[in-house]
Design a protein around this ligand. Sequence first.
Ligand SMILES: *[C@@H]1O[C@H](CO)[C@@H](O)[C@H](O)[C@H]1NC(C)=O
Ligand SMILES: *[C@@H]1O[C@H](CO)[C@@H](O)[C@H](O)[C@H]1NC(C)=O
Ligand SMILES: *[C@@H]1O[C@H](CO)[C@@H](O)[C@H](O)[C@H]1NC(C)=O
Length: 246
Amino acid sequence: MGSSKLFTIILFSFTFVFLIQTTLGTDPLFHICSTSENFTAHSPYESNLKTLINSLIYKTPSTGFGSGSIDLTQYQNQKAYGLALCRGDVSTSECKTCVSQATKEILNVCPYKKGAIIWYDNCMFKYLDNDFFGKIDNTNKFALLNVQNVSDPIKFNNMTNDLLSFLANEASMNHKLYATGELKIGESERVYGLTQCTRDISSVDCKKCLDGAISELPNCCDGKKGGRVVGGSCNIRYEIYPFVRE
Ligand SMILES: *[C@@H]1O[C@H](CO)[C@@H](O)[C@H](O)[C@H]1NC(C)=O
Ligand SMILES: *[C@@H]1O[C@H](CO)[C@@H](O)[C@H](O)[C@H]1NC(C)=O
Ligand SMILES: *[C@@H]1O[C@H](CO)[C@@H](O)[C@H](O)[C@H]1NC(C)=O
């Protein structure tokens, strides 16, 4: 799988497109410092954020999802909101490792930012100084792709779309808002897919978010051997090899 480790990231944006190289592993896939507003060292916000992070590291691994808000102080507008989501197939200990790493890394890459989001293969973490729960995050989104082409793109795109649309529906009806599956394409070829939403949004919004992500595939991943559209509320992924743990 050597050369397929070379992925390209596309950040969807109104005016420009980023092309960034990354490698697989325990490195972050991507991060966005989602606001230019800063907090200061030893401020109430910092203490709320740190408490929030510790609570999410503690409570996320058992179910793979955690969310909460912390306001330990009597100051106005210092409340920190956050959530962490682990991929549906990761173990409790992998989840804990990933969330711990993500929360530490985001403070390094977005220092003193009042809001930020970071994604790994195994988890994501997002925090903000206002209540974002229950709303589809249409702002923080990027795509990752395997640059290799498939031999029959029309058929492959169609099958991939069918699989992911099916899995979007499955995920939205599942209490974990997570689904995986595979589809036979040719004699020996298969496509493997994954869909997942954060559990603060409704079933209906999960489906809407996943359908939106699927509709981005022609822009990023047309005829490519692997692709992901990753956002703050949902993500989809397909590959020609099994990537989900049993
Ligand atoms: C936040 O801090 C950065 C880096 O010190 C600075 O460039 C930026 O202007 C600050 N943002 C605001 C809204 O003050
Ligand atoms: C994939 O196909 C596109 C369009 O035909 C081509 O520009 C590109 O070089 C191909 N990529 C690889 C890795 O072969
Ligand atoms: C894929 O092709 C089948 C058969 O031609 C068609 O019924 C289906 O709607 C197509 N799916 C997509 C997502 O285009």
